[in-house]
Design a protein around this ligand. Structure first.
Ligand code: NAD
Length: 487
């Protein structure tokens, strides 16, 4: 007898309650050994003033149970509301987003011949930390933060997933030809970790051509692992090409918690009409059952669902000339329940024995840390020049001899070097970055925070509008910052 697993359940907004009701009925009919603790999160909580959309009473339950099954939530427009999903992912440490993308031809129309792949997306870092600044009237900044540990755990997860699920290849998507440090770290970590999984093939694609190939030739991919932003885009492209935005579910996995949900939103345009497709949430619930070690129940449900789909019993969103009967949300659930215990005739029956829950392995960087020699070797000073409009030649004149220990190395505008050897020294950039390095050459440890403070005081006296500084470090003698283009 399997133990009963407590699951936190959120009915969500829009079509959420009706698809969750359908899924819950199927889980109960299939005798899933679960107990549901219902929480109310989403639109109502947002409008009651909880900016995260999650009241304290719900947090208590969410943090008590290791698994959350969540229907889609409506984020009200404007009003400074935070994304509930991002809050949940970060608070619960859900670092890997797992999204299987599968075609169900000929019963469900798809934009490709055949797709059966899994996208594993890093879920907590990248530009999704949401750290943004306005620096001048015309310039805004978004920070892209990538950690070695973050890369390691999601890439390890992707390889562990491939190994446990009998997948043959893991492909890494990044843009390290441009972002050599951030995406470069992801790609390098991927290559390192791949050596621990010699039986699994691995390759790398620059994300733009990789996405084009995913859309036109998905058969070449098996498991794809990528950074947060690219992974977000890739998984919607793949789901759309598979023709199944209403069918796909996803898992958000962390060390202690996991959250399962459909990939679509709350579809307010069709809410309350009993026409929404509950399949995305049902497929997420199936992933959940595998995760909590109830693969036998997951299989019963998945096979009944495949049989329903191949018999042409379809909700309106996938109804086509190949369909047999158009049904509503609850009638679709009834059809799946009626087929529990049956296997599909056309589709390959689901087999989850091989897909035991993927327990993330310990990450390499948590082994004894290697001591790295870090040295402060310079500073970048960002200046808003929009009001004073000083030309480059005058800026150089002011800054060149400002602090004895520092030498002005370069001035750049949006990452492009504009001094020295500028074609137009009379240009007045709206903002610029001045790079200062040691006046004594790289080998003498002459720069301290005090030197930088002196530099800032000097800029203040010159009435320069310094909006940001970024210290420049070397690590074991290696440069830890990019050079401006043209240097
Ligand atoms: P959406 O996914 O809700 O809807 C897009 C289109 O797909 C609509 O035409 C809708 O009717 C249709 N659709 C979606 N799910 C369907 C289903 N199960 N069956 C049949 N048709 C379906 O996207 P949207 O309209 O951009 O977003 C609506 C709301 O959902 C927004 O408030 C958004 O913030 C929220 N949202 C929530 C989540 C989540 O909670 N995970 C994800 C995405 C969007």
């Amino acid at each position: 007898m399997t133990n009963i697993t407590p699951i936190t359940l959120a009915y969500g907004d829009g079509i959420g309650p009706e698809i969750m009701q359908a899924v819950r009925r199927i889980l109960e009919a299939a005798k899933a050994q679960v107990h549901f603790d219902v929480v109310e999160i989403g639109k109502k909580a947002f409008l009651e003033g909880f900016t995260s959309g999650i009241p304290d009473s719900a947090w208590e339950i969410i943090k008590r149970n290791p698994v959350l099954l969540k229907a889609p939530i409506t984020t009200p427009q404007g009003g400074g509301y935070k994304s509930l999903n991002v809050t949940l992912r970060k608070t619960l440490g859900l670092y890997a987003n797992v999204r299987p993308c599968v075609t169900y031809r000929p019963y469900v129309t798809a934009h490709c011949e055949q797709m059966d792949l899994v996208i594993v997306r890093e879920n907590e870092e990248d530009t999704y930390t949401g750290i943004e600044y306005q620096q001048t009237p015309d310039l805004v900044e978004c920070l892209k933060l990538i950690t070695k540990q973050g890369c390691e755990r999601v890439i390890r997860f992707a390889f562990d997933y491939a190994r446990k699920c009998g997948r043959k290849k893991v492909s890494c998507f990044s843009k390290d030809n441009i972002m050599k440090m951030t995406d470069g770290l992801f790609h390098r970590t991927f290559n390192e970790i791949a050596t621990h999984y010699p039986e699994i093939e691995h390759d790398h694609y620059i994300v733009d051509i990789g996405t084009a190939l995913l859309a036109t030739d998905p058969g070449r991919f098996d498991v794809i692992v990528s950074l947060n932003l690219y992974g977000d885009i890739l998984s919607d492209v793949a789901a759309q090409v598979a023709g199944s935005v209403g069918l796909a579910g996803s898992a958000n996995i962390g060390k202690e918690f996991a959250m399962f949900e459909a990939i679509h939103g709350s579809a307010p345009d069709i809410a309350g009409k009993d026409i929404a497709n509950p399949s995305g949430l049902l497929n997420a619930a199936t992933q959940m059952l595998v995760h909590i070690n109830q693969a036998d129940v997951a299989m019963r449900i998945q096979n009944a669902w495949l049989k329903t789909i191949e018999e042409g019993i379809h909700t309106a969103d996938i109804y086509s000339a190949n369909s047999h009967e158009k049904v509503g949300t609850q009638a679709f659930a009834d059809a799946v329940i009626a087929r529990l215990g049956q296997s599909p005739a056309h589709f390959k029956p689901a087999c989850y024995q091989c897909a035991a829950p993927v327990i993330p392995t310990e990450i390499v960087s948590q082994q004894p840390p290697v001591t790295v020699k870090k040295a402060l070797v310079g500073v970048d000073l960002y200046v808003d020049n929009s009001e004073r409009a000083l030309p480059i030649c005058m800026i150089v004149g002011l800054l060149e001899e400002l602090v004895f220990a520092l030498k002005l190395d370069s001035i750049s505008y949006l990452g492009l070097k504009i001094w020295p050897n500028s074609p137009d020294e009379d240009a007045e950039p709206a903002h610029y970055c001045c790079r200062f390095v040691s006046a004594y050459g790289g080998h003498l440890p002459t720069i301290t925070l005090q030197t930088i403070t002196t530099l800032l005081n000097g800029c203040d006296l010159l009435n320069l509008d310094v909006i940001k500084i970024e210290n420049l470090y070397s690590f074991d003698g290696e440069r830890g910052f990019s050079l401006p283009q043209g240097q």
